[in-house]
Write a protein that binds this ligand. Sequence first.
Ligand SMILES: Cc1ncc(C[n+]2csc(CCOP(=O)(O)OP(=O)(O)O)c2C)c(N)n1
Ligand code: SF4
Ligand SMILES: [Mg+2]
Length: 200
Amino acid sequence: MRKGLNLIQWCPGCGDFLILGAIRKALQELEIPKEDIVIVSGVGCSGKISQYIDGYAAETLHGRAIPFAIGVKLANPKTHVICIGWDGDGYGIGLWHFLHACRRNNPITYLVLDNENYALTTGQASSTTPLSAKTRTTTSGNTTPPFNPVELAKSAGCQFSREATDSNIAELKELIKEAILFDWFAHINIKQKCPSWKRW
Ligand SMILES: Cc1ncc(C[n+]2csc(CCOP(=O)(O)OP(=O)(O)O)c2C)c(N)n1
Ligand code: SF4
Ligand SMILES: [Mg+2]
């Protein structure tokens, strides 16, 4: 795929810019040859993020990035497969893939950009929207309790599941490096700024 032809079209102030920077820097510091990197993304505002990172890229379907990523890893176990998802993508429509990957301990890195809403489709409530938050689908305040992705992952058997934020990029970069070097399924839930829709 020819890269660099797709301009980034995220809103000003979006946390995706910082997270992209942290992923790029982590890979650079680990000195992994780009031929050994496969970035697999699902669908969300930054679904094209796989095209902005040096390495092979696959932009897959909403909620279906994990099975695709596992397939890549099975076909070529030497590659570092980094799967990128979002709260609606990975904790909503694709939730069961996440839980089974935790249970099976498939050796991929799974980064979830959690802005606590369905941003690309204009700000509906997701599985991580806090109680009382007003969204396009919870106009009087959310009454459905969110789940905690890290606790959920651990309860499904995940041995590496951490919480991070786009407010501390140095820490996030180090955590991403740790996750990539972990031999089995490694999950990071990254709390992400979304100034356009997340107003809580
Ligand atoms: C199978 C399927 N269902 C629904 C959609 C529509 N859709 C596109 S993005 C999206 C939600 C995105 O929310 P999230 O995954 O949290 O990513 P964000 O945009 O917040 O970064 C939905 C429902 C789709 N693309 N494919
Ligand atoms: S809607 Fe939110 S997540 Fe999407 S690009 Fe804008 S700020 Fe980023
Ligand atoms: Mg989201």
